[in-house]
Design a protein around this ligand. Structure first.
Ligand SMILES: C[S@@+](CC[C@H](N)C(=O)[O-])C[C@H]1O[C@@H](n2cnc3c(N)ncnc32)[C@H](O)[C@@H]1O
Ligand SMILES: [Zn+2]
Length: 245
């Protein structure tokens, strides 16, 4: 976490925006890695660990089941790829894996052309403030950071999101927040882009996620969902451009 994100946050306890202060316990040259932030509205404290702010004090049923599913999927992938099994213990291997994204992992490799299409279509000028919902390991958030944008990744995953620190350390910094895309702990009307890749179909409440996207966008801001496994009126164009069908 870097303290300039504090004005972009909203307290999930009292709903007051932009009033946080930070107390670092461990700072690296990249960011505050361990510490707490306090809401100036209600005095609630939220932890920072592995550089991520934790706004999920009490995980919902949906969050619990997402986390359990990810542990299962990860273990299964590890059985198929023995080199992956050890990487949670080995910083260098983990870093190499994360920095290989999207190419180094079949699901993200397959999605990358559509994300590239969307990034081009957005015609970014590098001054945008971007919210990446359900960002996982953060490879799409890093892509925005690489283009100069100031980005925030929101996800519920205690497994995936900490891995994003490797992008941040590489110079593609973005802030990471454990929070729910149905009740997003970020301030209203400040984002130029709300983005999500293959994530919105995980929302516990699609209507609430849509309302939240509308709340946090600036007037004229852009909403981009890519690689959702649903049919939609805009889906065909990017797919046709990329896949020729
Ligand atoms: C298929 S993954 C996509 C991850 C990432 N966008 C990518 O492209 O690699 C779906 C993500 O949605 C996240 N997710 C599930 N429920 C969520 C919720 N309620 N709020 C925020 N993120 C959630 C999961 O933790 C997971 O990282
Ligand atoms: Zn508060």
């Amino acid at each position: 976490l870097r303290t300039d994100v504090l004005t972009l946050l909203k307290c999930p306890s009292c709903g007051v925006e932009s009033t946080f202060s930070a107390e670092p316990a461990l700072e690296t040259k990249t960011e505050i890695e361990v510490g707490t932030i306090m809401c100036g509205g209600c005095g609630s404290w939220f932890g920072i660990r592995q550089g991520c702010i934790n706004f999920i004090s009490k995980p919902s049923q949906q969050v619990e089941s997402e986390r359990a599913a990810q542990a299962t999927i990860d273990a299964r992938y590890g059985e198929e790829h023995p080199e992956y099994q050890t990487f949670e213990e080995d910083e260098d291997e983990q870093r190499a894996f994360v920095l290989s994204l999207p190419k180094g992992y079949p699901p993200t490799a397959e999605q990358a052309p559509v994300v590239d299409y969307a990034l081009d279509a957005l015609k970014l000028n590098g001054r945008e403030i971007v919210l990446d919902l359900g960002a996982g390991m953060g490879w799409t958030t890093a892509a925005f950071a690489q283009r100069g944008c100031r980005a925030i990744a929101v996800d519920v995953s205690d497994l995936y999101m900490p891995r994003s620190r490797f992008f941040c350390r590489e110079g593609w910094y973005f802030d990471r927040v454990w929070g729910d895309m149905a009740n997003v702990p970020v301030a209203s009307g400040v984002f130029d882009v709300v983005f999500a890749n293959a994530a919105v179909h995980h929302s516990p409440d699609l209507a609430a996620t849509a309302r939240e996207a509308a709340r946090v966008l600036k007037p004229g801001g852009k909403l981009v969902f890519t690689n959702e496994p649903v049919a939609g009126p805009y889906e065909k164009a990017p797919y046709r451009a990329v896949w020729g069908r």
